[in-house]
Design a binder for this molecule. Structure first.
Ligand code: NAD
Length: 733
């Protein structure tokens, strides 16, 4: 099997075409690199070849490196994994540098063969690093194409010269959104930024024409020419000095120092800027190796790339015929229903959006229109697309319009009686094959399914708010939910391009089950007299996007009160959170409902912007003179979440730790650098985790008691991913 092929045309242009067999998108493997290297050698050595064009046989150029291969490089090194990684990376640099120098005389910079890249569509990661090594980059005028280096988003950074070349091309300031945020652009924007050179109708023809007329000077990269100066200045240049000092502060502010890749990227850029180009590539390779050797990057790649993709491709889909949704009925056009209608119509599905009153249904549709208008103002949506999407949504009160729906998603008030009535109404209007899903966040699916005479076709599809932004969908099986319903929910999730997990029915399912103890632990500490700023900062410094007090302000205090009351009613004497409720209920009594009321644990200005922690809190909950250690606070906040994740796995609510990790990051932002709760436990080791549980339980109570599974793993020296990484459940179904 070959990923690259070479063809010479009558004009003497060698066209190297990248076309990985049996894949819709090109991805780079080590074998691919060897092939590319050999073809470049062949074309450079062939006297009949005047110029070379590297292009793709697919509609896109490439999606990036096969991240599985990067992980594999480490394993191939035996006792010296870092050496194997470094040598592998240097090998890639060798090939790309060969393209860049193209046989030129090192002294005169003459005699090389022009090499151009012709990009028909998306070019990401290594798919842009190769073009950056070429002498000119032509891209098709394809607004859907994405051009960029998104590596930072999975915990690494561009390590095949992309970092060094882009900074030398654009300067540190110009390159920083592309490298540090992984910002991707369409071809026109990429050209305006100076990332690529030309946007044309036919990039292959344009590239061929260019190589045939290119002069020696066109081939020499600025950094290989005499007197090169980095745009914006290198670190010791007065302007560069400001940039680099500012960049360090900005990166640290954004990442709180917990993402090794961001720091390493910055080091590679800073140190690389002080030395000649080839030395800079070696420096980049050393920092890249360091990042690949960091357990955080392994865990991030595993959760945010490999496992996320596996779940999206249906890793846990039961055997069942295709369940593609054609017409969905969304009942309840409130905040959630309107969002669900929007993502469905956007995916090409016909939507019937029902509410009790026509104006409520219309408001739901207007919400979709608002989202589309926002997309238009950001140039992400065309007016035609807007019309097309809106034309798919029928807003009505008439249940008869549901005829022909193959899926229903119910998102009415969180009330078991209201939901039961809606379920019966719906079922009177749809066919026997229709699957009924509820978006409930707290009510048991098995209980709700009692309103249906076909509980095997009843399921939970739990979206997160705001629906258009949140990528996670939690699919919940009731006791009698059948395989077809699960397959339907998964196929629907795939259509709307979200990431699904499939869990069993239990209080709060998975995500809310873990996030509530996090919020509660923060509130509990307030009652204990821990300085609120310490609680919030400890959370941020360990990589949580929001501190627990900010989070409860965002989700609203009254929702917290409602959930607490319902949980207490259900649990009776076993209810463990009285200390939390004392604070929460008092806040509600003060009318401080969180951000929506512009008052909560934080104070807010007129515009609703947070202006700092509310100082009235300390009048009731006196801050103790003696404050706990930062790490102690962090461990309480993290263990509150991960122990719940372990219990969910132990109980069989969660049946796959990959889902547990991916959902934690996408659903509630669990410290993404860790790769998720199970990855984090593997990082610290079950033995240490069990020890900490014992200490935390002794100091703070039984909620930190070590789960039996974790205790057993500590005793046997086991790790979650060694034992369950292939998707195996802790409990037999
Ligand atoms: P909402 O109050 O914004 O919307 C509910 C809508 O349902 C309203 O428009 C209401 O008019 C309509 N409705 C009520 N009874 C109806 C009936 N009998 N027939 C037709 N329409 C009826 O509520 P929401 O926040 O969108 O939540 C809806 C559901 O989604 C709830 O079950 C909630 O628990 C769940 N949920 C909410 C969130 C969230 O963050 N808000 C997240 C996940 C799940």
């Amino acid at each position: 099997m070959t990923d690259f092929t070479l063809a010479r045309d009558a004009d003497g242009v060698a066209v190297i075409t990248w076309d990985v067999p049996k894949r819709s998108m090109n991805v780079m493997s080590m074998q691919g690199f060897e092939e590319l290297d050999a073809l470049i050698d062949e074309a450079l050595a062939d006297e009949a070849v005047k110029g070379i064009v590297i292009t793709s046989g697919k509609k896109d150029f490439a999606g990036g490196m096969d991240l599985g291969v990067i992980a594999g490089m480490k394993q191939s090194g035996g006792d010296e994994p870092a050496r194997a990684v470094f040598e592998g990376v240097m090998r890639m640099h060798g090939v790309l540098r060969k393209i860049e120098r193209a046989g030129m005389d090192p002294k005169t910079n003459k005699g090389g063969k022009p090499i151009a890249a012709a990009l028909p569509g998306t070019a990401l990661g290594i798919g842009l690093e190769i073009p950056l090594a070429c002498h000119r980059i032509f891209a098709a005028d394809n607004p859907k194409a994405k051009i960029g280096l998104p590596e930072i988003m999975v915990g690494i950074f561009p390590g095949a010269g992309g970092t060094t070349r882009l900074v030398r091309k654009l300067g540190a300031m110009g390159a920083s959104p592309l490298l540090l945020e992984g910002k991707m652009n369409d071809p026109k924007k990429a050209k305006a930024l100076g990332v690529i050179d030309e946007v044309v109708e036919d990039p292959l023809a344009a590239a061929k024409a260019w190589v045939l007329q290119a002069k020696d000077a066109d081939l020499v990269k600025p950094w290989d020419a005499k007197g090169y100066k980095m745009p914006g200045g290198a670190p010791y240049h007065p302007a560069g000095f400001m940039t680099f000092v500012g960049a360090s502060a900005m990166v640290h502010g954004k990442t709180q120092g917990v993402y090794p890749a961001a720091k390493a990227l910055l080091s590679a850029v800073y140190e690389g800027a002080l030395v000649p180009f080839d030395a800079a590539l070696r420096i980049e390779a050393r920092w890249f190796t360091k990042v690949l050797m960091d357990p955080s990057s392994t865990a991030m790649i595993r959760s945010l790339f490999l496992n996320k993709e596996a779940l999206e491709k249906g890793a846990n889909r039961p055997e069942a015929p295709d369940q593609t949704v054609r017409k969905v009925g969304v009942i309840g056009a409130g905040m959630m229903g309107a969002g669900i209608a929007y993502v469905s119509a956007n995916a090409g599905i016909d939507v019937v959006l029902i509410d009790a009153a026509q104006d409520a249904a219309d408001r739901g549709k207007a919400h979709c229109e608002g989202l589309l208008d926002k997309g238009i103002s950001r140039r992400k949506v065309t007016t035609e697309k807007k019309e097309e999407v809106l034309s798919r949504i029928t807003a009505t009160t008439d249940y008869a319009a549901l005829s022909g729906c193959d899926l229903i998603v119910e998102a009415v008030f969180e009330d078991i009686g209201v939901k039961a009535e809606v379920t019966r109404n719906v079922l009177a209007h749809v066919g026997p094959d229709c699957i009924f899903a509820t978006n409930t966040s707290t009510l048991p699916i098995t209980e709700l399914a009692k309103a249906s005479d076909a509980p095997d076709r009843f399921i939970g599809i739990h979206f997160f708010s705001p629906v258009d932004k949140m990528m996670l969908v939690e699919i919940i099986k009731g006791e009698r939910t059948g395989d077809v319903a699960v397959a339907k929910a998964l196929d629907f999730t795939r259509q709307i391009r979200k990431t699904p997990i499939v869990v069993n029915d239990a209080r709060f399912f998975y995500a809310n089950r873990c996030i509530i103890p996090y919020i509660n632990e923060g509130i509990r500490m307030v009652a204990e007299g821990v300085e609120p700023a310490l609680i919030e900062n400890a959370a941020r410094l360990v990589g949580m996007p929001l501190g627990p007090l900010q989070l409860v302000d965002e989700t609203s205090i009254d929702l917290g009160v409602k959930i607490a009351k319902a949980t207490k009613a259900a649990m009776g004497d076993a209810y463990p959170d009285e200390a939390v409720d004392e604070v929460l209920f008092w806040m509600a009594d003060q009318g401080r409902m969180g951000r929506k009321s512009k008052s909560g644990f934080y104070a807010y200005d007129e515009k609703g912007q947070r202006s700092g922690l509310w100082d009235g809190l300390s009048e009731r909950y006196t801050v103790s003179d003696e404050q706990p250690d930062l790490v102690e606070v962090q461990q309480r906040l993290l263990f509150a979440q991960v122990l719940e994740a372990v219990r969910a796995f132990e109980d069989g609510v969660l049946t796959d730790i990959r889902e547990g990790d991916v959902a934690a990051i996408l659903g509630w932002g669990f410290a993404p650098w860790s790769g998720g709760p199970f990855s984090w436990l593997d990082m610290i080791g079950a033995g240490f985790a069990a020890e900490r549980c014992d200490a935390l339980a002794a100091a703070h109570g039984d909620r930190f008691a070590c789960p039996a599974l974790l205790r057993e793993m500590a005793q046997s020296g086991a790790a979650f991913y060694d034992r369950y990484g292939d998707g195996r459940a802790a409990r037999a179904a």
